[in-house]
Write a protein that binds this ligand. Structure first.
Ligand SMILES: Nc1ncnc2c1ncn2[C@@H]1O[C@H](COP(=O)(O)OP(=O)(O)OP(=O)(O)O)[C@@H](O)[C@H]1O
Ligand SMILES: [Mg+2]
Length: 405
């Protein structure tokens, strides 16, 4: 149908033939946006300038490793870069090994899972757009990698925001079948997981990128369900795909799309724990009620598919995101949520901070930007909140492995 603003008017003015159809308009706008953004990215971030992770100050390195700066310098003196003394991320692994070799520290500085401790798969969810899923996933994945875990971040959102944050352009850097869709698709040939996993600029952190093709999964799954003998095998594709690379990682963090469809069902089947991000504002909390109802329905579908066998999860937590402590209504909402969910809300919220949003504008996390780019107190408050939140999640992971807390 032609797009005509007079379409509902009484007049019989003929539709000018130059008016484009909605289909043509949408396609041309889409291509316009993609081209313009590609030019913008090219100007601000040339493709040959692959992302790297900055070097760390001795203070940062000591804090990450949980040792004093003096002891750190004794173990490995920092390299001098101009006037500065710094450590590269690669140094962390070597220092950890040296620390762990000390007789009384065995197992303390190498946190990765031991035999019998299952892979942790954390699904970060909420169908509310902008609730902080991608920001949470990126910071959690990087926090865990910095602490010595082997981490896989999976971008399950066709919008591919996490992929972009890690410096990849989905329409250029992710070939057809190169997203998680390639490994979980029901039609066509599934590709091995190892062929789609990409290393990142951080040691210990890999990425399964997303691309728009993930949308196809929502369309093809109903057909697969009609063809299949049982729905269990259809829903467990993602879980099977992760099993292929299970031995390579300690923790998988999945950034789910802002809708509850078949991709989210796949994430739930693969997950061992669920993190729900909530911005504590009235509309968001109202939407959370709807989200939880629908999540309940999905879990019913999953239980039905496995013949009523209840899937077990190690933990489910709500994370309060973009919290402004000085904001009365937000504080009231937080009190309300705490009164309902108690310890299922993480003790620490992620604070709203310009340091986090500004870092996001340049496709970076707070760990990637340097403190000197910000007012120190702004950066420090944001970093403290990020470290507290992720420290709690780290403790939940260790607890799931049955380690002393
Ligand atoms: N703690 C924070 N402080 C300031 N800004 C934040 C914070 N967390 C997230 N943001 C900003 O809020 C916006 C939405 O965050 P994010 O993309 O993480 O949400 P999302 O739930 O993944 O969104 P979507 O549903 O579209 O996938 C982003 O612009 C991000 O930079
Ligand atoms: Mg997102």
């Amino acid at each position: 149908m032609a797009l005509n603003s007079d379409i509902h008017s009484e007049t019989t003015t003929p539709v000018p033939s130059a008016v484009p159809s909605l289909r043509a308009l949408v396609r041309s706008d889409a291509n316009g946006i993609i081209d313009r953004l590609a030019q913008h990215r090219l100007a601000s971030f040339p493709p040959e300038a692959a992302k790297t992770f900055r070097r760390l100050t001795p203070g940062e390195t000591a804090r990450i490793l949980g040792v004093t700066e003096a002891y750190l310098r004794q173990l490995m003196p920092p390299a001098s870069v101009g006037e500065r003394r710094q450590y590269a991320l690669e140094d962390l692994a070597a220092i950890r090994k040296a620390l762990d070799a000390k007789p009384r520290s065995v197992g303390k500085y190498l946190p990765g899972r031991k035999p019998g401790e299952p892979l942790q798969v954390i699904a970060v969810m909420n169908f509310k757009g902008g609730s902080g899923k991608t920001t949470t996933t990126a910071h959690l994945a990087q926090y865990l990698a910095l602490r010595g875990y082997r981490v896989l971040a999976v971008d399950l959102d066709p919008q591919a925001s996490l992929t972009g944050l890690f410096g990849l352009r989905p329409e250029i850097d992710v070939p057809a079948g190169g997203s998680f869709f390639g490994a979980i698709r029901h039609s066509g040939e599934q590709v091995p997981m190892r062929s789609i996993v990409k290393t990142t600029y951080m040691p210990g952190l890999d990425l399964v990128p997303a691309a728009l093709e993930l949308m196809e999964y929502e369309f093809e799954t109903p057909h697969a369900l009609m063809r299949a003998q049982g729905s269990n095998q259809v829903f467990s594709r993602a879980a099977h795909a992760l099993r292929e690379i299970e031995g390579d990682y300690d923790v998988v963090v999945i950034d789910c799309p802002p809708q509850l469809g078949y991709l989210s069902i796949s994430a739930l089947v693969a997950a061992t724990s669920v993190l729900v991000t909530v911005h504590p504002q009235m509309l968001d909390v109202a939407s959370l009620g709807q989200f939880m109802l629908m999540l309940g329905d999905l879990l019913d579908v999953i239980a039905g598919a496995s013949g009523g066998v209840e899937s077990s999860y190690d933990w489910m937590r709500y994370l309060i995101t973009r919290f402004e402590p000085g904001d009365g209504p937000q504080t009231q909402m937080l009190t309300l949520l705490r009164s309902m969910f108690g310890e299922r809300i993480l003790i620490h919220p992620t604070l709203k901070s310009t340091a986090i949003s500004d870092a996001g504008l340049t496709n970076q996390t707070l760990f990637e930007v340097s403190r000197s780019q910000f007012i120190r107190s702004t950066y420090d408050r944001a970093m403290e909140s990020i470290e507290n939140v992720n420290g709690e999640i780290d403790a939940l992971i260790r607890k799931a492995w049955g380690r002393p807390t």
